[in-house]
Design a protein around this ligand. Sequence first.
Ligand SMILES: [Fe+2]
Length: 206
Amino acid sequence: MATIDSLFVTKVYRAEITGAKGERLLHELETACLSIAEDDTAGQRWCAKNGYPGYTSYASLDDLPWRIPVFADLAKALDSHVAAFAKEVDFDLGGRKLVLDSLWINILPPGGIHTSHIHPHSVVSGTYYVTVPDGAGALKLEDPRLGFMMAAPPRRAKAKPESRPFVYLAPSPGTVILWESWLRHEVPINEAETNRISVSFNYAWR
Ligand SMILES: [Fe+2]
């Protein structure tokens, strides 16, 4: 009788923030994200200069949770999800904590993509999804061992999720997805006719 172990596992955390609190967060965040995108001329300039489709507050606003209460409410909710994820992956934080280091708005227009990247200088990263129209891109995650695979055969079309080199997670409004910050990911093209709105964030170990 053979034994098969799953070692060096890459965990991805998903939760839905629902109920009255979740509805309020979605509603208030959508309004806040759109109005900030409209007012943040420094951010708009950065996006235009860097060929960023749509809008991100990443380079222009670093204090959303201090500036606007609904982002503080979101940050508080995220803290408990990040703590649960840290427990699941057996982090030994040794008296230090995982703390929210940055949090930013993404507004991805129809036809927009966000190419493959990792989140340096942090430990846990993730996204909270605010507005996800039909056809808006899923989150595409890449097997971190892809560069080591050399002559390995491809995987069957119906491979188990844990055997696939790429995995697509389709979020809904209110979904939180967390991963370790080294995990490469991208947002494929937004094929919807309207904006996809999300809030992404990094947690650092301090
Ligand atoms: Fe990202």
